[in-house]
Design a protein around this ligand. Structure first.
Ligand code: SF4
Length: 798
């Protein structure tokens, strides 16, 4: 296919390129935080522009040792990189006996065998995702590397057969390179390729090369990115005195690439090869390629990487956001069954966020090793081996500061935020745009959510004094995220099974009331021996001990199961529970209200419609409830949107939801994570956005957005309070469910802890009832049960 754009030039060309980029890639400019591992600098080719390839006499060893490879990779992982880019010359063993001998001594037939082994080593030891750049390969070679590298690459460079610079380079024969590109497509390898500009080719040659790449992508869909790289002469090369690629020629080539390539192909230009790299954005790129905080650009060692702060400033100055990606682009990560070898899927997932981008919390992400420790009431986890330093939910690590921060948003996001402030209700597309905000856009979303919070509830931050009573950890269900109930034996998750006696439950409720609690929250596993009346009996036992305590209990699953086991209608069952004293249902068991996601997360649990129906029925009989979402395991932002909207529809129908509670997935002891089938929870940015976007979605319908300090920690919650959150939930004595999944934020806070959290923000703390009534200071419930003398810590200041 011939490009209709080949006749365009000048500003018309650039404007057209920018329009395509903006339409298909929005305001996001990506980069890959990586280390370069120059496995061998020997090469059988002699390209006229290359300083990477060296003769054996200049090298201490033909190849890096495994220790050297690992040292580079470990430094990269510790610095927060996601990718290990293996750069190497082409088949040096065919030219240099010293290379062949070295490989032979190490037990490798070829450089590519060594590469595969080193890629596996890096993957296992550091979790960095290898990208191999091994030149023109045959199909079986590409296939072997597909097992150890989620993406591969090879520059086409040029399809001209008569370039002087390629005279001594048998692997630069265009037909071979095109065949490599085709083979990668047949093998479904996310592939990086590109052209070199200024090595003796002309505009028409560049167009021809780009059209060939475009055609290959149209056949296979595998060209994830095209690099347009400018030639710069380097001392010591055959082309040392050649003219560098003129800037106007280079920028024109980038714009042509943007217009000739299918719009889904990402377009990259390296920032270190242009003194002023901002204009590369004006020509239509959407990616800066690999940028390393640790290693030099071994192909262009004289051109250091710009530091990330400078890259961010230049990017944001032009109205874009900078976002880290993995070596495979998100489209390929999301469709991993097709594009990523099954041996690599978990490692890719482990570094990815909900969009399939690189996790963007600063710090190291090492493969996790844990051991299980049996506690009295469930299993706990202990981390061993290399420690990640990037934040995750449930960890004691402080999150990055996302707010307060510079605020900026343009384009569609700006329109959405302005519309929200003007009172428009955000729909599916608008909420999705908010969920994928990056950089200063995140603070812009938070700012609008904060304003909506102010309009809805003012500056008061509320909390409830409550006690969790998890009456049993025995459960017949097999929710794959749940580390609280007994998990499969193979995962060694079985803590000691327990079932609290009715008397113990009543005693705990009485203790809670003496300490100042106004609520007990009753949740547990679905014990096989329960008949449906168990929940009603528990409610009665609690209310007999403390008649005025608010019983907030039993998930949609528990009440649905209770009614089913009795053969009673859910409405009749809930009426009896209400009459026994049940006042509200927690919104847990919602997880993600999408049946495809539930089929993976909790296949035997109630489905989305049953969860909604349980809440609809509860609201119908006068039992209030809340909305929860457990996010950050396997689902995508579009599932979050669906979840929020399904609950919003129900709220418009019944008005029975009192609050929204974001529950970030705590991965550490979760069976689905231990089975290598889930991400390691949401990133902090996703956490913040979940609460901010919920504030936007429910504006005018639900006033209260609650953050879970158990899972997010005080440092994180402080930022969420500036992003739409107005409620801190409960004091939660004896919170076992998050702890069983690996959360490390303790089991209880007291009023003064919450005051210390809220006061620096200039906000007022106020104790509330479960249903957001006011609790007068010093208020205590009547307890109709003798004090059995346990040592108690007051929840509420006297
Ligand atoms: S989440 Fe609830 S229903 Fe699912 S396994 Fe855990 S305790 Fe059982």
């Amino acid at each position: 296919m011939t490009s209709p754009h080949r006749e365009l030039s000048g500003e018309e060309l650039f404007a057209a390129a920018r329009e395509v980029r903006d339409l298909h890639h929005g305001t996001r400019i990506t980069f890959s935080p990586k280390v370069f591992i120059p496995l061998t600098m020997l090469c059988r080719d002699r390209c006229g522009y290359c300083t990477f390839a060296q003769p054996p006499a200049r090298l201490q060893s033909p190849y890096l040792s495994s220790e050297e490879v690992l040292a580079i990779a470990r430094a990269g992982a510790a610095a927060g990189c996601h990718e290990a880019l293996f750069t190497l010359g082409e088949r040096p063993e065919l030219r240099y006996p010293v290379a062949a001998d070295w490989l032979d001594r190490q037990g490798h037939a070829t450089t590519l065998d060594l590469l595969a082994e080193m890629a596996q080593l890096v993957l296992d030891e550091t979790g960095l995702l290898p990208h191999s750049n091994a030149g023109a390969l045959y199909e079986d070679e590409l296939s072997a590397l597909r097992r150890v590298a989620p993406s591969q690459g090879m520059m086409v460079e040029s399809l001209r057969t008569d370039l002087d610079c390629h005279r001594g380079a048998p692997d630069k024969e265009p037909a071979r390179r095109l065949e490599t590109l085709e083979a990668a497509g047949r093998l479904a390898i996310p592939f990086t390729t590109g052209i070199l500009v200024g090595i003796g080719e002309d505009r028409e040659d560049r167009v021809v090369a780009l059209e060939a790449i475009a055609a290959s992508h149209r056949r296979h869909g595998h060209v994830q990115e095209v690099i347009v790289q400018n030639f710069l002469p380097k001392p010591g090369t055959a082309m040392h005195s050649a003219t560098p690629c003129p800037e106007d020629v280079y920028l024109e080539a980038i714009a042509l690439a943007r217009l000739i390539l299918p719009p889904d192909v990402h377009l990259q230009a390296p920032p270190n090869l242009s003194d002023d790299f901002g204009p590369l954005l004006d020509a239509g790129i959407d990616d800066w390629g690999g940028v390393s905080p640790v290693t030099a650009d071994h192909v262009n060692p004289e051109r250091p990487w710009p530091d990330l702060d400078r890259l961010r400033k230049v990017t944001e100055a032009r109205g874009f956001t900078l976002a880290p990606r993995l070596t495979a682009y998100p489209e390929y990560v999301r469709d991993h069954a097709r594009w990523i070898h099954e041996d690599l899927r978990f490692q890719v997932m482990d570094r990815s966020d909900s969009e399939g981008m690189g996790r963007d919390d600063p710090g190291a992400v090492f493969p996790e090793e844990i051991e299980m420790v049996t506690a009295s009431d469930g299993a706990e986890v202990r981390q061993v081996g290399h420690r990640s330093t990037a934040w995750y939910s449930g960890s004691p690590i402080s999150p990055p500061t996302l707010v307060p921060a510079t605020v900026a948003a343009r384009g569609h996001l700006r329109e959405v935020l302005d519309g929200v402030l003007d009172g428009q209700q955000a729909g599916r597309d608008e909420l999705l745009a908010l969920f994928v905000a990056r950089g200063p856009e995140v603070a812009a979303v938070a700012e609008v959510a904060d304003e909506l919070r102010r309009r809805a509830v003012g500056d008061t931050v509320t909390w409830v004094a409550n006690r969790n009573i998890n009456y049993t950890n025995v459960c017949t269900y097999k929710c794959r995220f749940c580390g609280f109930s007994k998990g499969p034996l193979s995962l060694n998750l079985r803590g000691t099974p327990y079932l609290l006696e009715m008397d113990e439950i009543a005693a705990r409720a009485a203790d809670a009331a003496r300490m100042g609690a106004t609520e007990v929250c009753l949740q547990g596993g679905i014990h096989p021996d329960f008949d449906g009346n168990y929940y009603i009996d528990v409610t009665r036992a609690v209310r007999d001990a403390v008649p005025d305590i608010h019983v907030h209990g039993f998930t949609a699953l528990e009440v649905t199961e209770g009614a089913r086991r009795l053969g009673e209608s859910l409405a009749d069952y809930l009426r009896r529970a209400r009459d026994a004293g049940l006042r509200s249902l927690p919104g847990t068991a919602a997880e993600i209200l999408d049946d495809d996601v539930r089929a993976e997360l909790c296949p035997d649990k109630i489905n989305s419609e049953e969860w909604l129906e349980a809440h609809r029925t509860a609201h119908g009989v006068g039992i209030a409830s809340n909305i929860t979402i457990m996010f950050g395991s396997i689902e995508r932002p579009e599932h979050w949107v669906r979840h929020l909207l399904r609950c919003r529809d129900l709220q418009e129908e019944t008005g029975g939801f009192t609050e929204f509670v974001g529950l970030p997935f705590v991965h550490m002891a979760s069976p689905i994570y231990l089975q290598r089938k889930a991400r390691r929870g949401p990133t902090f940015r996703e956490n913040l956005l979940m609460h901010a976007v919920a504030r936007v979605a429910y504006h005018g319908l639900i006033d209260n957005i609650q953050a879970s300090w158990v899972k997010i920690g005080f440092d994180g919650v402080r930022q969420l309070l500036q992003s739409g959150v107005n409620d801190l939930g409960g004091t939660l004595m004896d919170e076992n469910i998050s702890r069983a999944a690996g959360a490390q934020h303790g089991q209880q806070v007291r009023q003064e802890d919450l005051e210390g959290l809220v006061a620096p923000l200039g906000r007022t703390l106020e104790q509330r009832t479960t249903l957001y009534g006011r609790v007068e200071p010093g208020h205590r419930l009547t307890v109709l049960r003798e004090d059995d003398g346990r040592t108690l810590i007051p929840l509420v200041n006297a």
